[in-house]
Write a protein that binds this ligand. Structure first.
Ligand code: NAP
Length: 282
């Protein structure tokens, strides 16, 4: 770093475990860009001042993670149309003092799914497990890219209903309780996406759907990347289903942010191998 270095970063709380700076710094170095990334623990009370800091210190941009993806929107000058549809942002670009919010989570998910499974989402029948922030990004992005129809299953069914109503603006979508999942026939589904935290460290022995419902005709995706292969993915693979873990989504959402800041396509393979290395050495 020197006096010309252009800063980027990630705002969140907690943020100590974030793999974003490692991934972005390696990509800057590989491409010979004089940029640097760091992680910033920002409390809810300090969010407005932290956003003013992006402008005051001429940061090129930041990624934004839990718990600020929605709250930060009111402090920005402009929100990209897809991010507005999703209702949350994960990337801020500072365009000469104008702060623009984007959401690269959903697009990152779709790019990664296509890259790793070679399966296009068009006309697919989709079951989304969960209705939190990640479900919004993934569900709305899938709907905008022409899936056939969707079912949203969540523990709190009211949240599933709100999301399903919103997705219905794009494609037919039904809501149900996660507890009623056994009532649906997964032979009628092509793609299952787990966006709940069930199966994440430390609950690694849990899965959000019964093993007996899984079958070889499914593509099963789990947004969780810690552990890299959740119990759900191991069970789906054992049944002959295709599987997709959360590492690719994380790498691609970061790659899309990198492109927005620098105008360059980052070295995806390098970013992925660094993230995998960190996750495996935990
Ligand atoms: P969130 O907004 O807090 O949503 C959490 C979701 O999980 C909600 O649907 C919640 O249901 C459900 N849930 C949590 N504990 C549950 C339990 N014990 N039983 C049933 N349902 C439960 O979190 P988020 O930001 O959407 O993140 C969700 C997951 O996605 C996390 O594991 C996160 O690591 C992962 N993620 C991955 C990436 C990536 O790049 N790969 C990006 C974003 C998120 P209720 O509504 O009923 O509470």
């Amino acid at each position: 770093m020197d006096s010309q270095t252009i800063m980027t970063g990630v705002f969140g709380n907690p943020i100590r475990q974030s793999l974003t700076p490692v991934m972005h710094n390696a990509a800057y170095k590989q491409l010979g860009l004089n940029y640097a990334s760091a992680a910033f623990a920002v409390s809810q009370d300090n969010l407005r001042q932290a956003v003013e800091g992006i402008r005051a210190l001429s940061f090129r941009g930041v990624n934004v993670t839990i718990p600020h993806k929605v709250a930060i929107m009111e402090y920005l000058d402009e929100i990209d149309e897809e991010a507005l549809d999703i209702g949350a942002i994960n990337t801020v670009v500072n365009d000469n003092g104008k702060l623009i919010g984007y959401n690269t989570d959903g697009r990152g998910f779709i790019q990664s799914l296509l890259e790793e499974s070679q399966i296009s989402v068009e006309e697919k029948r989709v079951l989304v497990l969960g209705a939190g922030g990640a479900a919004r990004a993934v569900g709305i992005s899938l709907a905008r890219r022409g899936v056939s129809h969707m079912v949203i299953a969540n523990r709190s069914v009211d949240k599933a209903e709100v999301l399903a109503r919103h997705i219905s603006n794009h494609v037919p979508c039904k809501a149900m309780s996660l507890g009623d999942l056994e009532r649906i026939d997964l032979k009628e589904i092509d793609l299952v996406v787990n966006t709940t935290s069930i199966g994440m460290v430390p609950q690694i022995d849990e899965m959000p759907i019964s093993e007996k419902q899984l079958h070889s005709g499914l593509l099963v995706s789990d947004l969780i990347y810690n552990p890299i292969q959740t119990k759900l993915l191991l069970a789906a693979e054992a049944k002959g289903a295709k599987i997709h873990n959360g590492v690719g989504m994380f790498v691609h959402q970061g790659a899309l942010a990198f492109e927005l800041w620098t105008g360059h396509r980052p070295p995806i393979d390098l970013m992925r191998s660094l993230v995998l290395q960190r996750l495996m050495n935990k």
